[in-house]
Design a protein around this ligand. Sequence first.
Ligand SMILES: O=C(O)CCC(=O)C(=O)O
Length: 248
Amino acid sequence: MPYLSDDDKTFFRENGYLVKHDLLSEKQLHDALDVVWQNLDCDRNNPQSWIDAGPNHPRIGAEPAIRATLYESPVFPMAEELVGHGKLSSNTNPGPHFRFPTGETDWKMPTHGHLDGYYTPTNGVPKGTVGRFQVGASFYLNNVVHKGGAFTIWPGTHIQAAEYFKKHSLLTFKGGNANETFDMPDPVEITGGPGTVCFWHGQLMHTGAKNCAEEIRMALITRLTRKDNNELLFEFPEDIWANYDGIN
Ligand SMILES: O=C(O)CCC(=O)C(=O)O
């Protein structure tokens, strides 16, 4: 029995993202949160210590409780339903992404997003390479409210990106500043309770919003690639869904 309906797939195809709620069990959330707190440089019982506590990127992706949120939940099978059964590599770990409370109340929707995988001086992608992937999944370990540092996306920009790269080099794209390139739609803030997952196309503009709430925004983000991704890195087929068996 598939997890995703035809309507889900149509939504993903048109908008470049899809949100599903309650995908993680109580135990998965509990165990993952324990690992997070054991490795975070602030005090679980003292909210004052959470304010501006970043940057804080513990290397916990390979911990069994963290991997379980992806591989022992419906998250990976759902991504496979988009890209194709048996097509995705399972070597990828989810990485923790925290947005710490700022202690401020002055919030506005993010105005700038980026695409992942293209060189910028600060994002860790080496110059002369690209790090493309098929589907990202951003999943929340706690409740993420409006103004609470939500993962934020610009719907439809995956289609603009596909058109753009038919005519422009991947290696000269300023991934960190995609606003200059795209006709920007209104952004969508992804809010939801623990276990909410946003699946997003690997070429969708996104960012994390400012956190004016009291809680740390606790997300895991994974970027899933096809097993044959190395052969596809520089390909932009006429049909942008050519490598997504579930969408075709
Ligand atoms: O933390 C977030 O919500 C966004 C993270 C992000 O933009 C990224 O990892 O590329």
